[in-house]
Design a protein around this ligand. Structure first.
Ligand code: NAP
Length: 324
């Protein structure tokens, strides 16, 4: 089983029933269901697995106990290969409506035509926007504890955030680093209480709550992080070798704007319960959508992907019915 889906040559004149934009769990699931509804589907995405590539072990996907995230991507690839769906590794820049068809423009591989679209483009990592962050990215500043934790063996680190990513990250880092400071801007956690309890039991993790990072200091590499208590105003400097910023994600505002899709006040793509967007024939699924109040899990993304594919199928059938 491969980490990359089988690449395919696609005739640019072919008209697809659905083009699925993205390659995370929502996109894989949409592809699977498009296959099961015998739709002529094309998947165009950048990174097979999407955010799953940054996960270590997944233990909250029903039926798969403590599965390695890379293995999960391999399973997803094998599953969609059963339906012989073409996958193109590329970036979709935009799509345009020409009559009843959408023309999808990619960065490198040209244009492709489709009757419907499923947008499953995911989200982008949020930044702290403090002095030193850009300067030391890759030199002590990391956005992915799963990817970089082993680099900080026997070192001291800060991890910022109060969601599942930061909590999971703190747990993982505690296995490598001698000291982990978990800096969170509130004293209540957004992440699952299960993770909070696990992290609290780690002797080398210190919680610095109601606090925010104000500056990242270093020379060639990070040497210290300045933290401010939001209640008392007190500032202190933590002498650490690294800082992990795990403070959530930003919606694909630009993609939505370029393609004229309506978003909610936070910038997430608005969908109804059938994953229909504001544009007829365009559906959306996964982390990029406004659904379920930010509860973004692999299993919820996968559920939305299946619904989006089913809706695209229904849409095409209804349109076919009208023209008959
Ligand atoms: P998240 O749930 O959005 O949490 C982001 C955290 O960062 C929040 O605690 C937030 O503080 C804090 N934050 C946001 N902006 C900040 C800023 N500018 N400065 C300081 N702190 C800031 O993000 P996430 O933890 O990356 O998780 C994203 C989604 O993936 C969630 O739905 C999560 O459940 C899911 N996920 C699941 C798992 C799992 O189930 N195993 C693992 C990882 C992620 P406030 O709390 O004050 O808002």
């Amino acid at each position: 089983m491969s980490l990359l889906p089988k690449s395919a040559k696609v005739d640019p004149n072919e008209i697809f029933d659905v083009i699925i934009i993205g390659l995370g769990p929502a996109a894989y699931s949409a592809a699977l269901y498009a296959g099961r509804y015998v739709m002529k589907a094309l998947v165009i995405g950048e990174t097979p697995g999407g955010q799953l590539t940054e996960a270590g072990e997944v233990d909250d996907y029903l039926g798969l106990i403590k599965v390695n995230a890379q293995d999960m991507i391999r399973i997803f690839n094998s599953h969609i290969e059963e339906y012989n769906l073409p996958v193109i590794l590329d970036t979709v820049e935009k799509y345009e409506k020409h009559g009843d068809l959408f023309v999808v423009k990619t960065k490198r591989k040209g244009e492709f035509k489709s009757k419907t679209i499923i947008v499953a483009v995911g989200v982008k990592r949020r930044k702290l926007n403090v002095p030193g962050e850009d300067q030391f990215t890759g030199r002590g500043v990391s956005y992915c504890s799963v990817c970089d934790a082993p680099l900080f063996k026997n070192r001291e680190v800060v991890i910022v955030g109060g969601g599942d990513s930061a909590l999971e990250g703190a747990e993982l880092l505690s296995r490598y680093a001698t000291k982990v400071y978990l800096v969170h801007r509130r004293d209540v956690f957004k992440g699952q209480p299960y993770y909070v309890e696990i992290v609290k039991q780690k002797k080398n993790v210190e919680f610095i709550l109601n606090s925010t990072v104000t500056e990242i200091i270093g020379e060639k590499l990070v040497k210290a992080v300045k933290v401010k208590n939001l209640k008392t105003g007190e500032e202190k400097t933590l002498n650490v070798n690294g800082i992990f910023i795990e403070i959530g994600f930003e919606p694909p505002v630009e993609f939505a704007k370029v393609n004229g899709i309506e978003t909610d006040s936070n910038g997430y793509i608005k969908v109804d319960e059938w994953m229909r967007t504001s544009t007829e024939g365009v559906f959306a699924a996964g982390d990029c959508t406004s659904t379920w109040l930010g509860f973004r899990q692999i299993i919820t993304a996968v559920a939305q992907g299946s619904v989006a594919a089913r809706s695209a199928y229904t849409f095409l059938n209804e349109r076919q019915g009208k023209t008959n």
